[in-house]
Design a protein around this ligand. Sequence first.
Ligand code: GAR
Length: 206
Amino acid sequence: MLRVGVMVSGGGTNLQAILDAIDAGKLTNARVVVVISNNPGAYALERARKHGIPAACVSPKEFGDREQFNEALVAKADEYELDLIVLAGFLVKIPQQMIDKYEHRIINIHPSLIPSFCGVGYYGLKVHEAALARGVKLTGATVHYVDGGMDTGPILLQKAVKVQEGDTPEVLQRRVMEEAEWVILPEAIHQIANAKQSQKEGGDNR
Ligand code: GAR
């Protein structure tokens, strides 16, 4: 069973999609063992509690400097012996020590087709504003592994979504979530969890 930690900053609809997929039996061999937020007011924490999942907050405001915050964030994740960290709308730069420690074990959902509309300054609604300003006809979402750069790690899954006449950033954001993010994020975790499982089974058979 893959032990998953989900890191969030806001509403947590992607977290909800993961929990729903587990409950529906579409995402197997994985369990969300903790939800961690940098923001004490994140509704995602409430979603975790409602599901009986430990909800932790590590806020930069509680620490004297960034380094202390980074250490506390890594220490919190370490408490739960995680196999996979899922960034589901986590809008804080991941500390390098976490990237090194959890190499190939951190994935992120980004609301565009990377390499479009990604990198520094592209998060949340800003991504959809930029897509509409450029006039693209297709956008979508990407799940990728996290490396030292911003949205630069290897891509696991992508799904395209059509832009429609008259879309506002909010309308487009919602469509990208419904048609792409909430589909490919649980799917990516399922693939990782079940690849691990078959490796283990393979190992047992030898
Ligand atoms: C999602 O659209 C996610 O793709 C985006 O933040 C939103 C969080 O929503 N992430 C980024 O922009 C990362 N660069 P949620 O809290 O409802 O899941």
